[in-house]
Design a protein around this ligand. Structure first.
Ligand code: AMP
Ligand code: ZN
Length: 127
């Protein structure tokens, strides 16, 4: 896709934003991180979201999550993680090329974190 930022980034082999490359996916730091260490796992091929790609990509993403979590544990020592995907505009997706957010969480980084990803609809976060 010519106008897709996540297609373009890996076209430059030496792009310093890429912190790891795997068979199907690469990893970058989110440009506007929610927290220290916020990463994005992104397939090289253009595909809209989790539901439009293959099982091979799914399985590699799961392995990368485990691998990068171990690295983040060492580098930043977070106390928790959120793993997230926005699939479709109605769900808040802004870059229409699959990417999985790996977001380290730190005790006290927000006043009451209870409910976590339920916060996609802020009024429903606490239950
Ligand atoms: P969403 O589609 O809602 O999951 O959000 C897209 C995510 O990509 C946001 O967290 C942005 O901060 C991030 N983002 C957008 N452009 C770039 C970029 N050029 N490099 C790294 N992260 C980006
Ligand atoms: Zn793309």
């Amino acid at each position: 896709m010519t106008n897709c930022i996540f297609c373009k980034i890996p076209q430059n082999e030496n792009d310093s934003r890429i912190i790891s490359k795997f068979k199907y996916c690469y990893v970058i730091k989110d440009e506007y991180p929610v927290s220290k260490g916020h990463l994005l796992i992104i397939p090289f091929h253009h595909t809209e979201n989790w539901f439009t790609t293959s099982k091979e990509v799914h399985l590699e993403i799961i392995d990368i999550l485990v691998h990068m979590k171990a690295k983040l544990d060492i580098e930043y020592k977070p106390q928790g993680y959120n793993i997230g995907m926005n699939c479709g505009e109605a769900a808040g997706q802004t870059v229409m090329h699959l990417h999985v957010h790996l977001i380290p969480r730190y005790a006290g980084d927000m006043e009451n974190p209870k409910g976590g990803v339920r916060g996609v609809i802020p009024s429903k976060q606490k239950y």
